[in-house]
Write a protein that binds this ligand. Structure first.
Ligand SMILES: Cc1cc2nc3c(=O)[nH]c(=O)nc-3n(C[C@H](O)[C@H](O)[C@H](O)COP(=O)(O)O)c2cc1C
Length: 184
């Protein structure tokens, strides 16, 4: 696939039919680790989560996070509930890779470049992907769950699999609205 076609085709997929194969996942991780990193530290670590119980706990924590950290059963606006449930459901039928990095903003940047490489590699494999961000205490809960050592931070959880949906039209800022010349 032409590189620019890969860029165009990379969209966030939130419904999956099936997981990536072991071979596909290996190639996607290999694309990830070719990303640039500060002082070439390659300060990333990947946790493949394929234990259904852990996937359930991670997706449930994301659900709670997206309800504004309100536990299941506590009232939230219907739109918030719908979005949180859809987010939880988006973990189904997909491979799940959590990308960690050494603490600090520079290694975080490296991890995110890695995530982009992985997202693009997924497209080249005919797959889709979805970034899930964890913050507001959810990240710490996931660290405990996965026994992550001190000094590592979660960049994101990446779901990867065969897409079960077509993404909607891109919603981009107006052409050139982000461009400045000589002065901001
Ligand atoms: C830092 C970051 C965090 C994101 N967090 C989430 C998330 O928690 N859940 C989700 O469904 N999508 C998440 N996304 C995906 C964005 O919503 C998505 O990239 C954006 O809406 C543009 O759509 P596109 O990827 O299809 O071009 C995240 C993306 C980035 C870069």
């Amino acid at each position: 696939m032409d590189f620019y076609e890969v860029i165009e085709k990379r969209r966030t997929i939130r419904k999956f039919k099936s997981r990536s194969t072991t071979e596909q996942l290996k190639r996607i991780l290999n694309a990830g680790i070719k990303a640039p990193s500060p002082a070439n530290r390659q300060g990333w670590e990947f946790v493949i989560v394929d234990d259904p119980e852990l996937v359930e706990k991670i997706s449930e924590r994301k659900y709670v996070l997206n309800r504004g950290n309100k536990p299941r059963g506590e009232q939230v606006p219907p739109e918030t509930e719908k979005g949180a449930q859809a987010q939880k459901d988006s973990f189904a039928h997909a491979s799940l890779v959590l990308v960690y990095h050494r603490a600090g903003v520079a290694d975080a940047a490296g991890a995110w470049m890695c995530i982009e490489n992985m997202s693009l590699a997924a497209v080249a494999e005919g797959l889709g992907s979805r970034i899930a961000a964890f913050f507001g205490g959810a990240d710490k809960d996931i660290n405990l769950l996965l026994k992550v050592p001190d000094g590592y931070e979660l960049a994101a959880a990446l779901s990867i699999g065969v897409p079960a949906q077509e993404p909607g039209a891109r919603n981009l800022r107006p052409e050139g609205s982000w461009l400045h010349r000589n002065r901001f």
